[in-house]
Ligand binder design. Structure first.
Ligand SMILES: C[S@@+](CC[C@H](N)C(=O)[O-])C[C@H]1O[C@@H](n2cnc3c(N)ncnc32)[C@H](O)[C@@H]1O
Length: 276
């Protein structure tokens, strides 16, 4: 994901869900003065600085946003004005996290990022390593979303398959799980976490019109970079046809335009690492 400017304009669904999760579950985080805080997969940084930062209830040592994408990190850093907030590049799937990051954070947050990760075990091992004993984390990411079903359908369409050969890499690993919360709970237990909450929440989001929906799709689509620019419109039209086939389009009574209603499922996790 490299569309930092577009993502920061068209991330209303993600922001709505993060607000929902923070309003309902942030109270489960055990704050102390001078804590160090990590936000994994911070993207364009809006959620880090506009939604998470104002809700930190006491003085903190540092809030660090990390992301795989250098462009996202650059954009986030350029928007940041807080002296205790910083952004840097990091792959949460990497095998060898730097020793300097081990047991460095009292709190880890991650919003709308972990469904991008195929190596779930490696990512959760890393989260565990970076957490201080007694530290806790609040995560939310997609359990499933029809967008991944559409990726699968387009990837099997002869018109698009050459451009989407790596589609499997971008399909949410929990998309086809019947009980994603059980699978995740087991994985986190194996890693060593104490789990306080691991649940699936059914959500719906309405995009006010097709243009907003199209831009929101472009902002997170990992395949457009492989598709020649003169075919982008065609790809997006096929994408919208898939949405129509799923019956997610409905008429907006006020202006006769079509809006898009998408149902999906979110995983919400609160877990901690035992004190020594
Ligand atoms: C949809 S954005 C979410 C951004 C932000 N947390 C929010 O809620 O708006 C997902 C982010 O996860 C990042 N990401 C994907 N794979 C990653 C990895 N292996 N390590 C770190 N970040 C990753 C992407 O670059 C992208 O910026």
């Amino acid at each position: 994901m490299n569309q930092a400017i577009l993502y920061s304009k068209y991330n209303a669904l993600q922001k709505t869900d993060v607000n929902f999760v923070l309003e309902n579950y942030l109270r489960l985080i055990n704050w102390r003065e001078n804590d160090a805080i990590l936000d994994v997969g911070c993207g364009s940084g809006d959620v880090t600085t506009k939604l998470l930062l104002p809700r930190i209830p006491c003085a903190f040592k540092k809030l660090v946003g990390v992301d795989l994408s250098e462009e996202m990190v650059r954009f986030a850093a350029s928007q940041n004005t807080h002296p205790n907030v910083s952004f840097c590049q990091m792959n949460i799937e990497r095998k060898d996290i730097p020793e300097t990051l081990e047991e460095s954070f009292q709190h880890i947050f991650s919003f709308y990022a972990l469904h991008w990760i195929q190596e779930q075990r490696q990512a959760f091992d890393n989260l565990y390593k970076m957490l201080k004993p007694g530290g806790d984390m609040l995560l939310t990411f997609l359990a499933s979303n029809p967008i991944f079903h559409i990726y699968e359908n387009l990837a099997s369409n002869t018109k698009w398959m050459d451009y989407m050969k790596n589609a499997q890499k971008f399909i949410n690993p929990y998309q086809h799980c019947e009980q994603p919360e059980r699978v995740l709970e087991r994985l986190m237990q194996e890693v060593g976490f104490s789990i306080h909450l691991c649940t699936v929440i059914e959500r719906k989001y309405v995009y006010s019109d097709l243009d907003v929906f199209r831009k929101s799709v472009i902002a997170v689509n990992p395949f457009l970079g492989n598709i020649p620019e003169n075919m982008h419109n065609d790809y997006l039209m096929d994408f919208i046809s898939e949405v129509r086939n799923l019956n997610f389009l409905e008429c907006n009574d006020n202006n006769n335009e079509e809006r898009v209603r998408v149902p999906y499922k979110l995983l919400v996790v609160v877990a901690s690492k035992q004190s020594r």
